[in-house]
Write a protein that binds this ligand. Sequence first.
Ligand SMILES: *Cc1c(COP(=O)(O)O)cnc(C)c1O
Length: 401
Amino acid sequence: MLSYKNNQLFVDSVPVSILANKTDTPFYLYSKNKLSEKYNEINNAFSKVNHIICYATKANENVYLLKILAKKGCGCDIVSIGELNLALKAGINPKKIVFAGVGKRDDEIKLAIKSGILMFNIESIPELYRIDKIAKALNKIARIAFRVNPDIDAKTHPHITTGLSHNKFGLCFDEAFDGYILAKSLKNIEIAGIHTHIGSQITDIDSFILASKKMSSYISKLKSAGIKLKYIDMGGGLGIKYKDEKVINPVDYADAILKYLPGNYTIILEPGRFLVAETGVLITKVIYVKKTAKKNFLVVDAGMNDLVRPAIYGAYHEIIPVKWKNGKKHNWDVVGPICESSDVFAKDRSMPLASEGDYLAILCAGAYGYSMSSNYNMRPRPAEIIVEDNKYKVIRDKEKL
Ligand SMILES: *Cc1c(COP(=O)(O)O)cnc(C)c1O
């Protein structure tokens, strides 16, 4: 998606500087081709089995991107009524929507049942009772899966690991077992599947293998107890390359998982980051070059309100100039205008000489970028633009003051 021609950065066929000259920075810039490519990669990797790709909506909630995915047959993993509404509006088939989250409210459950979603991924026994009660009042049957927490260390950042026994997510195998037995006796509940999601930005294939093995033996235990399932939902978490991570190829991922899971089930995957991270960049402008006794700062017009990952996870994002300048490289701290010391995109990063008015591209910003943005410091959220068919198109305007 990214290339330099005559030292100018292009996103597909669009020169970024021309677009940046016409647009108020910062803005997110996506590639439709890249999004399609990423979807095809994961979808093809699982082509040998019945499967549904349920995109984890929270990674990027732009309805235009969702419409592109919907047209390709993608489903959604949702965590709120807002995401449900969005997915339906984008044309996602409700039969391909799964609903996770530890705190589903009554109004959310009600709309999800009415919409006929594929299943609720239940995270507690009280939630099971609540869904049964609401389904009964609506005179409907709600399909469910239990989210199990397999107590696996996914070897990722502590804020994005979700499958350890001290995390708030899911139920341990024994609790879920009692849950399934209970669910069997509830009249407005239909047991449809099982779900797990062990964390995000996972680059260690052994974590997925271990999860598959544990799920597999648990599913046979359920079977012996007369609990039959149709769907095995293995969650998301596939990592991407931000810096120099050795990532898992989707084909290896599929092979590793499918090797251990039993056959004759529909496999559900919930990739978020994998689908959208690399499809987006954040374009920002250098406001000031500030040199102090200790540091050289590039003060840019994007801040942690636009892209919060570096501030909250210490995440690394590659930063490249929109116009490449040859010559000696310098060490820069790239910082935003927000009144927080954590508003830093890069520290001591070696980049060509930069000056006021230069544009920079912050890479791999398509996932957990705009969707985690805020108005902190009373800043309007940035525009979102997509490159599609050799043209660009604004898919969300910059917020107004
Ligand atoms: C966040 C989340 C995902 C997506 O995780 P990625 O690392 O972005 O793939 C999938 N499923 C559930 C339940 C989640 O909470």
